[in-house]
Design a protein around this ligand. Structure first.
Ligand code: G3P
Length: 218
């Protein structure tokens, strides 16, 4: 399972990349705004900066909602860097645009996926990735992990090539459950990735090893 980081924060991207386990980055307009990145030129420059930091796919989201606009924006974004993946919303014109991008060899990430039916349509259109938002489903009392299980099952039996990119990760247990479900990728905030490191017995054990070494080597 690949690990992407879900942020536009350059320090966090660097920290995850320095760990040596980072396979890519996902962003969205909300994450850009959170970092104070506004205006088309700044946003474009930010994508290029991220692409130059990480050797992996970087999702850049379109803000158009009509076919022509999505295609125009997507082609502009894809031309910025070979690592750019055009992130397209799960809407009718988005599906049409994904089909178009697929025919042109432009990678896509179909975002805002909340059902298996949406995941099937995106796969039929030839999306490179789909992003089911599992945390937002949990927030409204639906089982987000169950959706990941269902989509992975459908994609396997139908031999769809689209990769399941589990998004809206809120905690380390989500990451483990996505691995169990067979997700191809998780995209997560840095804190949930770092939380995977933590176990109280690791801390207690290390403290004792170091104390015993010190006692024997005084
Ligand atoms: O990148 C999209 C997705 O991961 C959003 O997460 O936490 O805003 O639901 P969240």
């Amino acid at each position: 399972m690949k690990f992407f980081i879900d942020t536009a924060n350059l320090n966090q991207i660097k920290e995850a990349n320095d760990l040596g386990i980072l396979d890519g980055v996902t962003t969205n307009p909300s994450l850009m705004a959170k970092e104070g990145i506004t205006g088309a030129e700044n946003i474009i420059n930010h994508y290029v900066t991220i692409c130059n930091m990480v050797d992996g796919d970087v999702s850049a989201e379109v803000i158009s909602t009509d076919f022509e606009g999505i295609v125009r924006e997507g082609e502009m974004l894809a031309a910025l860097h070979k690592n750019i993946v055009v992130k397209v919303p799960m809407i009718k014109d988005g599906i049409k645009a994904i089909k178009y991008f697929s025919s042109k060899g432009i990678k896509t990430n179909c975002t805002l996926v909340f059902s298996a039916g949406q995941a099937i349509l995106a796969a039929k259109a030839g999306a490179t990735y789909i992003s089911p938002f599992l945390g937002r489903l949990d927030d409204i009392s639906y089982d987000g992990i169950e959706l990941i299980n269902q989509i992975v099952h459908i994609y396997n039996i139908q031999a769809y090539e689209t990769q399941v990119l589990a998004a809206s990760i809120r905690n380390p247990v989500h990451i483990v459950k996505c691995a169990e479900a067979g997700a191809d990728v998780i995209t997560s905030p840095l804190d949930s990735i770092l939380a995977l490191l933590k176990h109280p017995l690791t801390d207690i054990g290390l403290e004792k090893f170091l104390a015993d070494y010190k006692k024997g080597n005084q």
